[in-house]
Design a binder for this molecule. Sequence first.
Ligand code: ZN
Length: 419
Amino acid sequence: MKKAKGWTVVKNGSLFDGTGSPAQANSCVLIKDGLIQYAGPVPQAPPAPPDAMIVDAKKGTIMPGLVEAHFHATYFNVAELADLDIKYPVEYVTLLAAANAKLALECGYTAARSCGSLHNIDVWLKKAIEQDLCPGPRMAAAGREICGSGGLMDWNPDYLKLGMEGLILLVNGPVETRAAVRKLAKDGVEWVKTYPSGDAASPHADHHSLCMTREELDAAVAEAHNFKLKVTGHCRATQGIKNALLAGFDALEHATFIDSETLDLLLARNVPVVPALYFEKASIERGKEFGMPQRAIDGHKETLEGGAESARKILKAGGRLGMGGDYGFAWTPHGDYAKELTFFVTEVGFPALDTLRCATKTGAEILGREKDLGTLQAGKLADVLVVDGDPIKDIRILEDRSRFIAVMQGGIIKAGQLA
Ligand SMILES: [Zn+2]
């Protein structure tokens, strides 16, 4: 991805640097050739050349670009499970994914960690974004997801003879799991997404069921780590969380029913979790409109309560949480990503400062890009969000794209009022 040339000074704002420190008033960020030279109070700032480009933060907030930590670029208007893999041909899904990526960047998300994609599209989307062929967040790709046969993601009835190949590599046993990971390694992914447990959305593999065995998870981790890939998984049931952690997972999605034993296992290796809770809330509130069965709605109520409780426990214990949330469903469309942050502050009870740190610094760590991204500190890429307002006082501001003065990647203004 290209970087800006020359100097830029972002000034006249408060600085939230992403580290979790309180915002500092009267601050500025100095950028040279797309990299941050200085971020801090104006009085201590080194001088910038007189021809530097000026970005006026209008007494608003200068913060790191947001990171979507559970992104599905290829999901679009999903109203039922079948919409995920057979509704559109791969050519159209690719175009939808590019449109979703552009929208995510416009929403202030300068980076995103894919948590599964149709047809390896995220791997190629990531390349296209890196080569400036289309705008979007800097990405880590996951390609197709791995699930045990008959598990949550194996929903097409066998009599239709459709298989699930667009979205999922179905496996039976450790040998097939290893083969699936090898295929993904060859495809060029960075994350391997698996299904240790089921979900309330499934008619047959609910949130208390397991979708892969411990042996399959062990095989996934061994093979992925051999190729220097990371492994995550959809973990709701306590036993699924335990199996994933004992297998050596690098992250967990949801970690819904964490207990004290699994919390200790999580903290022992400081494994990050992406709870993705707003999806549950929206499913409960709007599921009926889309024909969601009551059984599923009741299940989402249970996973919302469990997930919120787990997230609070992890935060309190000093664990790491990423913000992201399965956007791309009919009731949680792409573009609504920041509703996740609002939900955590207003309903889960997270302080705004912690929520923003999760959505920036921890997100970059989950992406594996913490050396370049996630905080505004000297030496890092100038992926900066300049907001008209104070999201620490009112987190909802981040839902409103019209409040973004600039969305910058590598010092180049890509979206916002100044684009
Ligand atoms: Zn997901």
